[in-house]
Design a protein around this ligand. Structure first.
Ligand code: FAD
Length: 495
């Protein structure tokens, strides 16, 4: 395998050098670069699976640089690149120009916190990272209400998808907590938009997979920041009890964050057993018997005013849940440490792994079949792979139907993230596994929607968007009629 890995990497390097020499012969705008470092960055992402080489990378110092690029009509395609945390080339533009959004933030000052009687919000450059929004807001005693698990993601990148984490059941995804945007459309027009001003663009861009415009500013809703959190992890052996408790938790406002994890090997169960060898044997036996265990992660925020009562409130909440007796862990952490709990994963250079992830939204009506067939059926057989498997329910009434993001047509649906890691380029067996899951859902009539979609054909895209497809087509014709934006999503330029 190492032979084919190095062969592929060497091939990519040679292609990048050839592209770099060829493009150097065609000078373009001054801040478009085509050196091999730029082309390598423009043709790579977190997935490390797709590599589309652009002709150049634009490093914009102002919005005008992006407008000029689009108006020049010289590149056939243009893709904004937030931080390249996509896993299937969604932020690439093979043969076009990648816009490195980080360059916009070069001068600083692109996170402004406002607190007034009319509301509290952050005006944030589309290139900014959520970790920096967190730091700037908390310094003023406020914070966004909806997050992603990982906060080294760009604001423009997550708003182009949805932005979900354990707070979304209560506040909706990040796209539901934005009140205004500045956008550069595929026609090179700079437009401000909101629910009342240019609403078609506003709703289009939120969850719009980069298809209708490039977000250069977002106004994000803030609330008073808590200072600390009570944070529990609860173990379950029974899916019915686990999903009932999860759904109970998202049906009331007693907690601030609810997620869940799927445990298919003993390493993942270690958290619950490291302090007790007898428990280790029990959990190992259970895992052997049923192949999977489930865990709920639950958080309640507090601050100085509620510090005296939080322990009692949290205990009362835990008492209502039916986790495996004795298999619960509770910690106390600062709010910032909790939100930034995953840390910074971006130091892996050069990338040594591929990430063939599958993210799905599954309607509640199919969840027992899905558990039997996929979670308890297929997933335990993959225990030779490394990965994190996240699974939790969300409330559809917290999503705005007018936005481009798509979710199942049921009041409660589950988010599943199968975050696989494989040795670089050794991901094909996971692709087959992921495909097997989608086929299972088709066979069983479970109408899943892909999140962070990896879709290759027009027909599948039409199915993914469902009843929103005519709106998506209309918005494309209005804001990007020459279909130049974010070609890596393969929506309007797929077969
Ligand atoms: C380790 C890790 C953890 C993650 N955790 C979560 C999570 O908890 N919840 C969650 O919801 N997602 C999560 N994601 C997925 C993440 O939301 C997407 O990768 C998203 O694309 C953000 O990454 P990015 O900012 O690097 O965007 P990119 O990958 O650079 O871009 C994504 C898409 O958006 C377009 N785009 C980028 N910037 C803009 C802009 N300013 N305007 C318009 N279009 C733009 C790109 O062209 C591309 O099509 C995670 C990803 C990783 C790698």
């Amino acid at each position: 395998m190492s032979c084919s890995i190095s062969t592929l990497s060497i091939l990519l390097s040679i292609l990048i050098i050839i592209h770099s020499i060829r493009s150097a012969a065609n000078p373009s705008a001054p801040n478009i670069r085509n050196d091999s470092d730029s082309l390598r960055k423009g043709s790579s992402d977190y997935g490390n699976i797709v590599h589309e080489i652009p002709t150049g990378v634009l490093y914009p110092s102002t919005e005008k640089d992006i407008i000029d690029l689009i108006r020049s009509r010289s590149p056939l395609t243009v893709a904004a690149r937030g931080r390249g945390h996509s896993v299937r080339g969604q932020a690439m533009a093979g043969g076009g120009v990648v816009v490195d959004m980080t360059a916009l933030g070069g001068k600083g000052g692109r996170i402004q916190i406002s607190k007034s009687s009319s509301g509290m919000y952050a005006d944030v450059g589309g290139e900014q990272l959520w970790i920096d929004v967190l730091r700037a807001a908390v310094a003023e005693g406020v914070a966004p209400v909806s997050w992603t698990d990982y906060v080294y993601l760009s604001v423009g990148g997550t708003l182009s998808n949805a932005g979900i984490s354990g707070q979304a059941f209560l506040h909706g995804p990040q796209i539901a907590n934005v009140v205004e945007l500045d956008v550069i459309t595929g026609k090179g027009e700079f437009m401000s938009c909101s629910r009342t001003r240019n609403p078609e663009l506003f709703y289009g861009v939120l969850g719009g997979l980069g298809q209708f415009g490039i977000i250069t500013r977002a106004r994000i809703i803030l609330d008073k920041a808590p200072t600390r959190v009570k944070w529990a992890k609860l173990l379950y052996s029974n899916f019915t009890t686990f999903s009932r408790d999860q759904e109970y938790l998202i049906s009331n406002n007693c907690s601030n964050y609810v997620e869940g994890f799927l445990i298919t090997n003993e390493n993942a169960a270690n958290e619950w057993t490291s302090s007790s060898p007898s428990r280790q044997d029990d959990v190992a036996a259970l895992l052997k018997k049923q192949g999977i265990l489930y865990a709920i992660e639950l958080v309640k925020y507090y601050d100085n005013q509620t510090a005296a009562t939080i322990d009692e409130e949290f205990e009362t909440l835990l008492k209502e849940l039916k986790y495996m007796s004795g298999y619960n862990m509770t910690t106390d952490a600062s709010f910032v440490d909790f939100i930034a709990r995953v840390g910074n994963l971006d130091n892996e250079t050069p990338p040594l792994q591929s990430h063939p992830w599958l993210n799905l939204f599954i309607p509640k009506s199919g969840i027992f079949d899905f558990n039997a067939g996929v979670l308890a059926g297929m997933l335990p057989k993959l225990n030779h792979t490394s990965g994190i498997f996240i699974f939790y329910p969300l409330n559809r009434n917290k999503w705005d139907e007018r936005m481009s993001a798509v979710v199942p047509d049921e009041e409660v649906f589950y988010a599943l993230s199968l975050l696989h890691s494989t040795p670089q380029d050794d991901y094909h067996y996971i692709d087959e596994f992921n495909q097997g899951i989608l086929e299972f859902c088709r066979r069983k009539g479970i109408e899943v929607k892909q999140y962070l979609p990896n879709i290759k054909s027009k027909q599948e895209w039409i199915h993914q968007f469902g009843s929103k497809w005519p709106t998506i087509q209309k918005r494309k014709a209005m804001f990007d009629p020459n279909t130049i934006l974010s070609p890596g999503q393969r929506i309007f330029n797929s077969a």
